[in-house]
Ligand binder design. Structure first.
Ligand SMILES: Cc1ncc(C[n+]2csc(CCOP(=O)(O)OP(=O)(O)O)c2C)c(N)n1
Ligand SMILES: [Mg+2]
Length: 364
């Protein structure tokens, strides 16, 4: 028998391999969908408060908001909650969808000791190994090869887990991205690559970065299975990420999903986003807002009334306000710990570092 890491013998028979698996999950129950709605609303509210805190200089440094894209991270989390995730600097929504609390998120943004990364990472470097959230990274495309390493380790440990790797449309034009895709397919690594195509890389629209604007086509050159889908519908994202996960775990190789979405704010807090064509944002928000669409589904398909939805939103408001108070009252990190997390502790075996439960700092 060939070792698992050996390349396939047969050449790829077709250059265009579409993800043919049907939706694997039963439709969301009422409570599941309400849970997804609440999570999206919480991410949005925490980020709205983060924007306010930023203008008050309670949050310093870079801060890239995810508002508008919530259905991608929340839909993906609904089918990969126990898998590994890695992402770029626009990471607040991913971290929270994967299980980082509003408190740990806000405290990290405020640079406090109780934050997910103990106040030493900040907005772009949220990390929580206890929920297998392997971090946000600031160098565009640089984390994509790391997804291969995580997936390789998961397979070597015989875990039934994939690595879900999120990146932007801009990152899909970066060299490390191509190299990572090439090797991931060659070694049939269990990775679900998710290109969140939000139409812009900083101020540059997609059609001015790349002659090809269907980013899922990046898969063809390496023989990878692909699919492009609209990302506004959280239930659709949940199903298609589940299908991609199933494919990747079956040993048939990784999948590249391009999920089309839109960011409502500028690239970062310092970008007024003057480059958008007039009316574009308003039109997307009107037609495709993930929260509005999910609210509509809850009312139409599950009979929820306005009062039930408003009650959920009130509890979200309370939790987000609480995260601000928690962050504000938390202590700063001890300056003596400044260099503590620059290098990982040395380990000698793959298995030595697998106790995830102890990794998380306590919120107190
Ligand atoms: C290697 C590298 N080049 C340039 C930058 C500056 N930069 C930061 S974000 C960004 C745009 C990336 O856009 P995209 O991948 O679409 O992600 P989005 O911000 O839309 O989520 C650029 C060019 C960087 N951080 N790293
Ligand atoms: Mg982008």
């Amino acid at each position: 028998m060939k070792p698992e890491s050996a390349p396939p013998d047969e050449p790829v028979e077709s250059l265009d391999r579409l993800l043919r698996l049907p939706d694997p999950l039963p439709p969301c129950t009422r409570d599941e969908l309400l849970g997804l709605y609440r999570q999206m609303a919480l991410i949005r509210r925490v980020e709205e408060l983060a924007a306010k805190a930023y203008t008050q200089r309670k949050i310093l440094g870079f801060c890239h908001l995810y508002i508008g894209q919530e259905s991608v991270a929340v839909g993906a989390a609904a089918s990969t909650s126990d898998d590994y995730w890695i992402t770029a600097y626009r990471d607040h929504g991913h971290a929270m969808a994967k299980g980082v609390s509003a408190r740990a998120m806000m405290a990290e943004l405020f640079g406090k000791r109780t934050g997910a990364s103990q106040g030493q990472g900040g907005s772009m470097h949220i990390f929580d190994k206890s929920v297998r959230f392997m971090g946000g990274y600031g160098i565009v495309g640089a984390h994509v090869p790391m997804a291969n390493g995580i997936a390789w380790a998961a397979r070597a440990r015989e875990e039934e887990r994939v690595c879900v790797c999120f990146f932007g449309d801009g990152a899909a034009n970066q060299g490390a991205f191509f190299e990572a895709l090439c090797l991931a397919e060659l070694y049939r690594l269990p990775v679900v690559f998710i290109c969140e195509n939000n139409g812009y890389a900083m101020g540059t629209p997609l059609h001015r970065q790349s002659a090809v604007t269907d980013m899922s086509l990046r898969a063809r050159g390496v023989g990878m299975t692909r699919e492009q889908l609209a990302g506004w519908d959280v239930q659709r994202v949940r199903q298609r990420v589940a299908a991609a996960r199933q494919h990747a775990l079956s040993g048939q190789g990784p999948v590249l999903l391009e999920i089309v979405t839109y960011r409502y704010r500028g690239h970062s807090m310092s970008d007024p986003a003057k480059y958008r064509p007039a009316g574009e944002l308003e039109q997307v928000r009107e037609r495709n807002d993930p929260l509005t669409l999910t609210r509509r589904d809850l009312q139409k398909d599950h009979g929820l009334d306005d009062a039930a939805i408003e009650a959920v939103l009130a509890s979200v408001e309370e939790e987000a306000d609480d995260s601000w108070a928690f962050a504000e009252s938390s202590a700063e990190p001890d300056p003596a710990t400044l260099y503590d997390f620059v290098y990982a502790p040395q380990t000698t075996s793959l298995a030595a570092d697998t106790d995830l439960s102890a990794a998380r700092p306590q919120e107190s």
